[in-house]
Design a protein around this ligand. Structure first.
Ligand code: UD1
Length: 422
């Protein structure tokens, strides 16, 4: 298993470019199942989760051509299998995103239940409840969800109110509803930019989706969808990670190809901490942590547009370097503080009280041998390693490869001493 070796204490300087958003690319790739025509996606990040979904689409019978590394031409003209097997779903929960499109277009699908994962139980009950409202018959068979459209073969539009905001749940049902008979309204829908990106693609394919980006999404079902071409939005979590990388190393970075408007809550919080963040234009941010005193600021993770859970671990790394006490409250996922114990092994002073991590800073971090437990936790340990005195060895970096494109190359190019050990 690959490891990262980091020699910390070097400020990062220069320019870094953000890749496409994994969490937008995944639903957009799944949406290609809704049509027999070719869907072309640009700016798909070269990360493992996208490779996993590509493999799943190919296993179903779709063809995926990549004329360029980050362009996927997906044709689901011939789909022979309507099943997402356990082996794939267990490595990537987002595989469940094929459920909605398959039932909508082919009238049935069988998708393995994801089971537990490192950051909590993460059920898919809301996806299933929504599908039932759309008229699907949903049953559980040997660890698999089996969903069937009504006799007519077509789902029917419905009013669905989510009891909790769910990003992939909103995406799954939005896709399912595009081919349903009649009108669907999704209430308390996720407002994440990735949901909006998917809606844009769906509308390019001929769907009639309105309201994406608000908490009420209306979908007027159509008989069929067509091919389309679409460019995936920049990754706001990768952007935020680079902002903190510059701050925590007391360096200065120009972060290009990003969408500052998608991370307003993160930028506001970083400014409150004392990080200098300047919006150069609509796609470039300049961030500096040079000669600045950081002060601890509390944070609560909440659905968009609030502070994202996917930035919580990275923010915790920064708070170890801020003056005072920061309370970091995680409201989205249980069990998402595994990085705290690893940071404490590097010298951080953190207490966990239920859903809140209390970080006392600043404490000098010392390099150590640590273990990554999930995608964002790995990123936070890289950040801690960059800030630490001495050498840090991070085990299990396969987690980071799921969602960050060549992070070590990008960081090395701006002055980090980071190596991958194979
Ligand atoms: C997505 C993102 C992930 C991010 C998360 C929250 C993708 C591929 N992944 O994950 O990076 O951390 O949003 O912003 O886009 N829940 C239920 N029942 C359900 C569905 C969700 O109880 O049927 C709960 C979850 O356990 C969690 C909360 O709702 O507590 C939010 O989860 P959700 O938004 O669904 O996360 P994902 O879509 O899996």
């Amino acid at each position: 298993m690959d490891k990262f070796h980091i020699r910390g204490g070097r400020p990062l300087y220069g320019r870094v470019s953000v890749s496409g958003a994994k969490n937008a690319a995944l639903p957009c790739m799944a949406a290609a199942l809704l049509t027999a025509e070719t869907v072309t996606l640009h700016n798909v990040p070269y990360v493992r989760d996208c490779m996993t979904l590509r493999r799943l689409l190919e296993d179903l019978g779709a063809t995926v051509l990549t004329p360029e590394l980050r362009t996927h031409k997906i044709s689901a003209a011939h789909v022979e299998v309507l099943e997402a097997p356990y082996e794939l779903v267990k490595t990537m929960r987002a595989s469940v995103l094929v459920l909605g499109p398959l039932v909508a277009r082919f009238g049935r699908a069988r998708v393995s239940l994801p089971g537990g994962c490192a950051i909590g139980t993460r059920p898919i009950d809301l996806h299933l409840e929504g599908l039932k409202k759309l008229g699907a018959d949903v049953s559980l068979e040997a660890g698999y969800v089996v969903a069937r459209a009504p006799q007519s073969g077509r789902l029917r539009g419905a009013e669905i109110e989510f009891s909790k905001v769910t990003v992939t749940g909103t995406e799954n049902l939005m896709m399912a509803a595009t081919l349903a008979h009649g009108r669907t309204v999704l209430r308390n829908a996720a407002r994440e930019p990735e949901v909006v990106d998917l809606a844009e693609l769906l509308n390019r394919m001929g769907a009639r989706v309105r309201g994406a980006g608000t908490d009420t999404i209306e979908i007027e079902g159509v008989e069929s969808l067509t091919g389309a071409e679409h460019t995936i939005i920049p990754d706001r979590i990768e952007t935020g990670t680079f902002l903190i990388a510059a701050a925590i190393t007391r360096g200065e970075l120009e972060v290009k190809n990003c969408r500052p408007e998608h991370l307003a809550a993160v930028i506001d919080k970083l400014r409150a901490v004392g990080v200098e963040v300047e919006e150069i234009n609509q796609s470039t941010l300049c961030v500096s942590g040079k000669d600045r005193a950081f002060v601890a600021r509390d944070v609560v993770t909440e659905p968009y547009p609030c502070f994202p859970t996917d930035m919580q671990a990275q923010y915790m790394a920064l708070m170890t370097q801020a003056e005072g006490t920061a309370r970091i409250t995680e409201t989205i996922f249980e069990n998402r503080f595994m990085h705290a114990a690893e940071m404490m092994r590097m010298g951080a002073q953190i207490e966990i009280e239920g859903h809140t991590a209390i970080v006392h800073g600043p404490t000098p971090l010392m390099g150590a041998h640590v273990q990554a437990s999930d995608l964002r936790a790995s990123a936070s340990l890289v950040l801690a390693g960059l800030a630490a005195e001495g050498e840090t060895l991070i085990d299990r970096v396969y987690h980071i490869d799921r969602g960050y494109e060549k992070i070590e190359d990008k960081l090395r190019a701006v002055g980090a001493a980071i190596e991958r050990i194979r």
